[in-house]
Design a protein around this ligand. Structure first.
Ligand SMILES: Cc1cc2nc3c(=O)[nH]c(=O)nc-3n(C[C@H](O)[C@H](O)[C@H](O)COP(=O)(O)O)c2cc1C
Length: 371
């Protein structure tokens, strides 16, 4: 079945399934459905929509046909570049990839646990970075037919749970391979809540970033813009410190942010009828929450990051990317006003895809022009 048809059917059935089925069954249904949906999505290339010239942005000398594109984790193995490029995305993000291939998290009979909260425009996941590894994805990227205005980014991470020296070596090999594959942007995932990262390890993170900054120069990728993706569960003060540190180390941007694990705070954004699903998932797996509950926080933190970057007043081109709860033209405008250079979406993207199929970016452009 075509991805657009599957998504449309799911859009109408999802509220019913999540209210009628037991939590465990909902999670299994949506965890299992993801792979087959992605397989269908990746082969369904629509006619190309080119966003209006007013949507174009220029970052680090690259031209992006739009100020929004997919967030990491959607196309972990480099799938569907031609699909989202044709839809009108301004950037394509593959990954997160690791040095060694990973099958992701399982617990009992649950594999790659995911839970949608359709009435709350949110979701939880505890996938644990399933991917085929840096080298395989670099090969895939090197064979892509690039489309003007849609640069290719990749999200990478040091292998969680692996001995440090070995993990850094694999990351260096990965960076080299991505350099050879001519990726346009590299994103360092320093914030996956499902693999032992979170908001609290910033001190360790600084040490790793210093090593990374060094590694960057001897792996031949120093001319490729490198941004660091952080947790939305970071304080405003910590974000300002991070921005200063990143600029000093020569990084080119910050992405705010990943999924959140502040369940107590997030609960207020989950509709009462979906709270049982939310409690069941967080109690059984933990995981990271995405979607609407992150919208205001991602804007506040991105605004703090922009202010911090402006205070540095360096010559170095540094951009703030906002990810978290973005779903509408109003969100894009709010980002623009805050000084955010680029937006990424995941949960809102699939919500929109269920409604309008491949016209996701076309509808967004239309709404922006009407504002
Ligand atoms: C199922 C799923 C898998 C994800 N995998 C990754 C990942 O591999 N790497 C990453 O940096 N972020 C990952 N994320 C986080 C998203 O990139 C994004 O930061 C987060 O979902 C917030 O954006 P949203 O509110 O638009 O969904 C994942 C999110 C979801 C829902």
């Amino acid at each position: 079945m075509k991805a657009t048809t599957l998504a449309r059917i799911d859009h109408f059935l999802r509220p019913l399934a999540t209210s009628l089925l037991p939590s465990s069954a909902v999670s299994k249904l949506y965890s299992r459905g993801r792979d087959s949906f992605l397989a269908s999505f990746s082969t369904d290339v629509p006619p190309r929509f080119i966003p209006p010239a007013s949507a174009e942005v220029s970052l680090w000398g690259l031209t992006l046909q739009n100020s929004i594109g997919n967030a990491a984790g959607m196309f972990k193995n480099g799938e569907a570049y031609d699909v989202v490029a044709a839809q009108g995305a301004g950037m394509y993000m593959a990954g997160t990839t690791t040095g060694a291939p990973r099958s992701g998290n399982s617990k009992g009979s649950h594999r790659l646990p995911f839970m949608p909260y359709p009435s709350s425009a949110a979701a939880s996941n505890w996938l644990g970075l399933p991917n085929k590894g840096h080298i395989a994805i670099a090969q895939k990227i090197s064979s892509l037919d690039r489309i003007a205005g849609v640069p290719v980014a990749v999200s990478v991470m040091r292998d969680p749970g692996m001995e440090y020296t070995e993990a850094m070596k694999l990351l260096a090999d990965g960076l080299r391979a991505y350099g050879e594959a001519r990726v346009d942007i590299i994103e360092i995932n320093e914030s996956c809540p499902n693999a032992g990262h979170g908001a609290s390890d910033w001190n360790d993170t600084v040490g790793r970033l210093r090593e990374l900054a060094e590694m960057r120069s001897h792996t031949g990728v120093s001319s490729i813009p490198m941004v660091v993706k952080i947790s939305p569960d970071t304080t405003d003060e910590a974000v300002s410190e991070m921005v200063a540190e990143l600029i000093q180390l020569g990084f080119d941007g910050i992405n705010i942010g990943n999924t959140s694990t502040q369940y107590e705070n997030i609960k207020q954004f989950i509709r009462p009828r979906e709270r049982a699903l939310f409690s069941w998932f967080t109690q059984n797996f933990g995981g990271g929450v995405s979607g609407e509950p992150l919208r205001l926080r991602s804007l506040e933190l991105a605004s703090a990051a922009v202010r911090a970057a402006q205070q540095q007043q360096g010559q170095h081109e540094f951009h703030v990317i906002r990810t978290g709860g973005i779903s509408s033209a109003e969100d894009i405008i709010a980002s623009q006003h805050a000084g955010v250079s680029f937006n990424q979406w995941y949960t809102g993207y699939f919500e929109a895809f269920g409604l309008v199929g491949h016209d996701v970016y076309k509808q967004l452009s239309r709404a922006l022009q009407e504002m």
